[in-house]
Design a protein around this ligand. Structure first.
Ligand SMILES: C=C1C[C@]23C[C@H]1CC[C@H]2[C@]1(C)CCC[C@@](C)(C(=O)O)[C@H]1[C@@H]3C(=O)O
Ligand SMILES: O=C(O)CCC(=O)C(=O)O
Ligand SMILES: [Fe+2]
Length: 392
């Protein structure tokens, strides 16, 4: 750990002015999101300026009242407490799909280490982080904003994303990723995030039991479905921005994945669109923010909502969040259990496998509030074209 944090302190030194000017010239050639420079600039490149109707209203954002689901009783096998927890979860998921979990059993030191090592990674110079550069069309690696991917409405953030697998034989996948892409100096970070992902996977399987109970399906149905999950972990780092009212850290979107377990630091910035207005979720270091993603919305045959959310930035302090995106094993077919389909509730979405939706968001469509519906239409159209081709 000391090695990595030495890297951090060296790089947090402010850049000399001449360096800043050189950077501006570079930007003319191709836009680069170098946070060490851009966080001090009084005007921001136009690609980061969002249209007026999507700009955040920094002066007034009411708080979203989300239920605190105490998992203590459920995790120790208390039947009544489990019923109560599942009722709260069900109520939130029918409304907007967001709730908080407390007494979740995840070690507070592990969470604090996971935040600490984010500083170690993101406070390095850009070229060091770029050793893990995310390639176009891929969802893993380091991305400094999405400069190579999109040309407008760019997010004011840097991310490091990597895969986790709960399958037997993959128990070192995260550690191996860090060593492979960043070298031996980062072995310890790999260990911490491996452990963090295992804790998130365990927690999400517990939440899957509560979701099943609340939907009235076999308690272990979704837990078994996600037992061998092949998930995505993402570290979100939002540098300060001198024009926070013009841009967004993460634009409005619904998570295409199944369930997101997010831990935000104390800065605040997460907002959810409920009842036609943006509302903030106040940070609480003892809680994880959990939300339903599009894939679970499809699994629940539309009963549970995947809700639009975004993250705003501020001019004072960097903000960090850790997002674990639960995803099914790649070959699993996303199809709702029979209990959730009847004549009153016919199928809303066609069967699909998660990699198809992932590819759709990476290659064909910028994730937004309509991702699942647009993907469903696209899939049905593809299937229709294939059938026509066979007949011809
Ligand atoms: C499969 C993924 C694509 C995104 C990262 C993971 C899970 C969620 C996706 C994302 C967060 C949805 C909103 C838009 C996005 C582009 C982002 O702002 O980060 C998405 C991720 C991505 O493609 O990088
Ligand atoms: O950082 C946040 O609070 C939200 C991030 C988010 O929505 C995401 O990564 O999908
Ligand atoms: Fe999200």
């Amino acid at each position: 750990m000391t090695i990595n944090c030495m890297i951090m302190s060296e790089t947090s030194t402010p850049q000399p002015a001449s360096n800043n000017n050189r950077h501006k010239d570079d930007q003319k050639k191709s836009l680069v999101f170098d946070a060490t420079v851009l966080q001090h600039e009084s005007s921001i490149p136009p690609q980061f300026v969002w249209p007026d109707h999507e700009k955040p209203n920094c002066s007034h954002t009411p708080e979203l009242q989300v239920p605190f689901v105490d998992l203590g009783g459920f995790l120790s096998g208390d039947h009544d407490a489990s019923i109560r927890a599942s009722e709260l979860v069900g109520e939130a998921c029918r409304k907007h799909g967001f709730f908080l979990v407390v007494n979740h059993g995840v070690d507070a030191n592990l969470i604090s280490d996971a935040h600490h090592y984010m500083d170690c990674f993101f406070e390095q110079p850009l070229h060091e982080k770029q050793r893990a550069q995310r390639k176009l069309g891929e969802h893993c690696g380091y991305a400094s904003s999405f400069t190579g991917r999109f040309s407008s409405k760019l997010p004011w953030k840097e991310t490091l994303s990597f895969e986790y697998s709960a399958q037997e034989g993959s128990s070192h996948i995260v550690e191996e990723y860090f060593q492979r892409t960043l070298g031996q100096d980062f072995a310890h970070l790999g260990k911490v995030y491996q452990e963090y992902c295992s804790a998130m996977s365990r927690l999400s399987l517990g939440i899957m039991e509560l979701l099943a109970m609340s939907l009235g399906v076999n308690r272990s149905h979704f837990k078994e479905f996600f037992e061998e999950n092949e998930s995505i972990m993402r570290l979100n780092y939002y540098p300060p921005c001198q024009k926070p009212d013009q841009t967004l850290g993460t634009g409005p979107h619904c998570d295409p994945t199944s369930l997101t377990i997010l831990h935000q630091d104390t800065v605040g910035g997460l907002q959810v669109f409920v009842d036609n207005e943006w509302r903030s979720i106040t940070p609480n270091i003892n809680a994880f923010v959990v939300n339903i993603g599009d894939t679970f919305m499809a699994l629940s045959n539309g009963r549970y909502k995947s809700c639009l959310h975004r993250a705003v930035v501020n001019s004072m302090s960097p903000r960090k969040s850790l997002a674990f995106f639960l995803c099914p094993r790649k070959d699993k077919v996303v199809s709702p259990p029979p209990e959730l389909v009847d004549s009153v509730n016919p199928r809303i979405y066609p069967d699909f496998r998660w990699p198809a939706l992932l590819e759709f968001t990476q290659k064909h469509y910028r994730a937004d509030m309509n991702t699942l519906q647009t993907f469903s239409n696209w899939l049905l159209q593809q299937q229709q074209q294939q059938k026509t081709a066979v007949v011809l």
